[in-house]
Design a protein. Structure first.
Length: 423
């Protein structure tokens, strides 16, 4: 391919081959991003054309050592993470590999609005009078039914523990790529996994997000390559958030008219699966071109989220995207696919997404409380009737999780596979 065809404007300013090579080696990210529209723009060559270009290594070549001869026209391999990419000096544009959006073609047709999100006073669930508890249970049920999303206040988890968890997670990400690489490119069900995007091995274009995923229950794991306090802090943090999640579930079962003992047994909640996920979204030079995480639902029963004071989460509510601005000291909680299954579609898992910004690194710490990996989950029989037919087929939770993680993240695609009737 001729240089002038790919970079027509270069002909005007750079004439000598050596100048062109030098310019490209220094500015390749900016040139590709600004000259080549996003791979999602169907008026441009498809992704396969991009990644077979001699100017840009394919993701699979990036995952394995490159066998191509190096020249000054071939950029060094793509970074292992967004953090590594943004640490490199003078990144002024989003490389095509991370350009998930083209603002000219992807006009957001769904408005983004500000709306008050329900708040649940946790202390009234555990220490309130029977009347107060009954009222909170009703409110919790309404929040699950109408929003699938709420803020929990007065939860009793010390601010110092939340801060320590955020600091420890940031220290994990601050390690070298070699240290973190110990957990990279692992099978999706590996108990400790580090990476970029959601599933970079199957995605053509990547999300502006790095993550660490650690299984913490029923068996507790912790990365050995981490700050020394990570183990102790994550153990305490996940134990307290699991207890909070279980108490919320107790209230949710009550709001659905289900017996706690039946649910604990059906979902084998003593061996519940819990995962701790750290997400970082470094500052992005062109936030309008990148996505932190696309619209998706979470797989478990409940997701409990803490962030580092930088906003970016949006939830879908009645067809609009709502920007989430959590109250100080609160936890954000959302309903997952398995609550939708168990409740036979009454409490739907909520769609949410993460946006990025150009100013500061955003970090979120997510913990998901879910059925046991071996539980076969189906709608609670008490919620199935002639009027409310069975909405979902059953599946072993571990299988659902593995299939979800092995594919691309897209709205509620995994749950939709189990749906027996259109909504
Ligand atoms: O970072 C966020 O706010 C959202 C993270 C998220 O949705 C997830 O990890 O599933
Ligand atoms: Fe999520």
């Amino acid at each position: 391919m001729l240089m002038g065809q790919v970079f027509p404007h270069l002909r005007l300013r750079l004439s000598k081959p050596a100048q062109v090579a030098n310019f490209l080696s220094q500015n390749l990210f900016s040139v590709l991003a600004s000259t080549w529209p996003s791979p999602r723009n169907h008026t441009t060559p498809p992704v396969s054309t991009f990644i077979s270009s001699p100017f840009w290594p394919s993701p699979s070549r990036f995952m394995a050592p490159s066998t191509l001869p190096r020249s000054s026209l071939i950029p060094s391999p793509l970074p292992n993470s967004v953090k590594e990419l943004t640490n490199s000096a003078s990144l002024r544009s989003v490389p095509p590999q991370y350009a998930t959006r083209n603002p000219e073609t992807t006009i957001d047709i769904e408005p983004i609005i500000q709306e008050e999100i329900p708040t649940v006073d946790f202390s009234l669930l555990t220490e309130g009078t029977p009347e107060q508890r009954a009222q909170v249970v009703r409110h919790l049920g309404k929040a699950c039914e109408e929003w699938g999303f709420f803020m929990v206040v007065n939860h009793g988890i010390p601010e110092s523990l939340r801060e320590a968890m955020l600091d420890s997670m940031m220290e994990f990400f601050d390690q070298t790529e070699e240290e973190k690489g110990e957990y990279a490119r692992k099978h999706v069900m590996n108990p400790i996994r580090y990476g970029t995007s959601f599933n970079s091995t199957v995605e053509d274009v990547w999300y502006w997000r790095d993550y660490l995923r650690v299984f913490v229950h029923p068996v507790f794991y912790s990365p050995a390559k981490a700050p020394p306090s990570f183990r102790e802090i994550s153990k305490e943090y996940t134990t307290s958030t699991r207890a909070m999640g279980m108490e919320l579930l107790r209230g949710i079962w009550e709001s659905l008219g289900l017996e706690e003992n039946d649910m604990t047994k059906a979902l084998d909640l003593h061996s519940c699966y819990q995962v701790l996920v750290g997400n970082i979204y470094p500052p992005c030079p062109q936030p309008e071109l990148a996505t932190g995480l696309p619209a998706h639902s979470d797989h478990g029963l409940l997701t409990i989220l803490l962030q580092n004071g930088v906003n970016g989460l949006q939830v879908k509510h009645r067809g609009n995207w709502v920007r989430v601005e959590p109250l100080p000291n609160s936890f954000l909680v959302n309903t997952g696919d398995h609550l939708e299954i168990v409740s036979n579609g009454r409490y739907k898992s909520v769609l949410h997404r993460a946006e990025v910004n150009s100013q500061s690194t955003r970090m979120s710490i997510v913990t998901v409380v879910a059925p046991s990996l071996d539980a076969i989950v189906e709608p609670a029989s008490q919620l199935v009737s002639d009027e409310h037919p069975m909405m979902f087929g059953g599946m072993r939770y571990g299988e659902f999780l593995e299939r979800l993680q092995a594919n691309r993240l897209k709205e509620k695609s995994m749950l939709d596979l189990l749906r027996l009737h259109a909504e």
